[in-house]
Design a protein around this ligand. Structure first.
Ligand SMILES: Cc1ncc(COP(=O)(O)O)c(C=O)c1O
Length: 489
């Protein structure tokens, strides 16, 4: 069977040689077929299951061949990719995938990735990619503006939020602790993402150099507890140096009190890093910008356009308020790169992070904004926030659901209160597993203050109010089924 595409049913002509350059006709045909696969997938997503997970044994049977000595037919290989590789996954862009942080992505971003790799743009230095560097500067300028950062701030696109946090925190360490981790201590709330701890591990800190600060009833860091912890550490001879704040925590969408944290950090001479990987994108929406008051005064900020700015994976961003610091702490000038030295007005992005060879990541965000316009992106963000509020309202109408954190920045968490099952936490885990297996929708679980809860993240612009209602109905039906009289889900 030929894979969907122009000339459906006819096998593709594929004569290749060691130049590794197919005929122009074959290149076009292969491209068309791939475009067809992508479009077909997007058009049929809603009618298909959200996820399927293959067993290792089945996938080895289907994919475990040795490397072919001779070219295989593109039809057969694309079929294998479509039916095995791309079927065994959570469709993170599915309108009823509410698990973890969905990856809605968008077609324009995907096309931009193809374009950037088709030209194999080297976006490490101005000499090798001045056009790309300028697009990166422009796109970073937009992000700075949306997040309230000054024009003198600088930034760099990286692979995702984890790398953005690492990139920024390395600058914080170099700036505040130039002699190395020593007795440096960092502060984060109990709701901070695990990529922060991992970044500090990579940066040479021990676990006991971190302080996990309690949160208030809205899951925001407690300033009193933070202030007590800093004072106590100073008395004990430690060296507080950075506070990591959330602008949209992964669990509940909470935004820490950024204005107050800025004041506190100024008083205490601490670096303020804001992890906005999940939520900061919502600052693009004028309706929600006030939630992020103070974000622009952070010393550094990480963002993740591959989440709520609808980009395909592989796009995070680190911004540093004092623009010169990124280059100060990352730039290296080996002799074999003397030809690419940048003049004052040129930017070598390889000097703003750890990657020398780097792809043209900025293109996807730039092209997305160009082709959809900011108003549509803003409306999509607002839609995401409203959908979580709708989900909360639907949950509150049903007696057996308890809302455990109100809808905030497109995240709502809840749990089902079983009648018969004695272990309420174990019940939620069993419920999320059963929902995933059912495939109609995907809702993941987390733990809030010791309670296991379910969580919906509603950032996908393909999601409708009806998707929300039918998902909650389905979760309730599955939960009722699990909540058997014998107490065994
Ligand atoms: C708040 C927050 N920070 C950091 C990350 C890590 O981002 P990435 O998965 O892009 O590395 C995430 C991921 O969900 C997140 O929600």
């Amino acid at each position: 069977m030929a894979v969907a595409g122009r000339g459906k049913g006819e096998p593709m002509k594929w004569d290749v040689d060691p130049k590794l350059e197919p005929s122009s006709e074959a290149m076009r045909e292969l491209g068309h077929r791939v475009v067809e696969l992508i479009v077909e997938n997007l058009q049929t997503l809603s009618d298909r299951a959200v996820s399927r997970t293959g067993t290792r044994a089945a996938l080895e049977r289907a994919l475990g061949e040795s490397a072919p000595r001779l070219p295989r037919s593109p039809d057969a290989v694309l079929e294998q990719v479509r039916d095995v590789v791309l079927e065994n996954m959570i469709h993170v862009d599915h309108p009823r995938n509410f698990g973890f942080v969905p990856g809605p992505s968008n077609y324009v971003g995907a096309v931009a990735d193809f374009l950037a790799s088709g030209f194999n743009v080297f976006a490490g230095t101005w000499l090798e990619g001045s056009g790309a560097a300028q697009v990166e500067l422009v796109t970073l300028g937009w992000l700075k503006q949306w997040c309230g950062f000054p024009t003198r701030a600088s930034g760099v696109f990286v692979s995702g939020g984890s790398q953005a946090n690492l990139t920024a925190l390395m600058v914080a360490r170099q700036d505040k602790l130039p002699d190395g981790p020593g007795r440096g201590v960092w502060y984060q709330s109990s709701q901070t993402h695990s990529s922060i701890g991992r970044a500090f591990r990579v940066l040479g800190f021990r676990q006991d150099q971190s302080r996990r600060i309690e949160v208030d009833s809205q899951f925001r860091i407690s300033l009193d507890a933070l202030s007590r912890a800093v004072a106590s550490d100073r008395r004990g001879g430690d060296e507080p140096f950075v506070v990591v704040a959330n602008a949209g925590s992964t669990n509940t969408g909470a935004v820490d009190p950024l204005v107050e944290l800025r004041r506190f950090c100024d008083r205490e001479n601490l670096w303020l890093h804001v992890d906005g990987a999940y939520g900061a994108a919502a600052a693009v929406s004028p309706l929600h910008a006030t939630l992020f008051e103070g974000m622009g005064s952070a010393d550094s900020l990480s963002l993740d356009p591959h989440k709520w700015l609808y980009q395909p994976y592989g796009l995070g961003c680190a911004l540093v308020r004092d623009g010169a610091l990124l280059t100060k702490h990352y730039a290296v000038h080996p002799e074999y790169l003397q030809d690419v030295a940048a003049s004052d007005e040129e930017v070598n992005f390889c000097d703003r992070g750890i990657e020398l060879s780097r792809g043209f990541r900025a293109l996807k965000l730039w092209l997305t904004v160009q082709l959809f316009g900011l108003d549509n992106i803003r409306a999509a963000i607002v839609n995401g926030v409203v959908l979580a509020e709708h989900a909360e309202a639907c949950l509150r109408e049903r007696a057996r659901f308890e809302v455990t954190s109100r809808a905030q920045l497109a995240i709502v968490s809840f749990r089902y209160l079983p009648r018969h099952h004695p272990d309420i936490n174990a019940f939620q885990l069993a419920l999320s597993r059963a929902v995933i297996e059912d495939g109609f929708a995907l809702v993941s679980s987390t733990v809030l203050e010791g309670k296991t809860v379910l969580r919906m993240c509603t950032i996908n612009p393909r999601t409708s109010g009806d998707d929300i209602e039918r998902t909650i109905e389905r979760v309730e039906t599955i939960a009722n089924r699990l909540d058997r009289v014998d107490g065994q889900p």
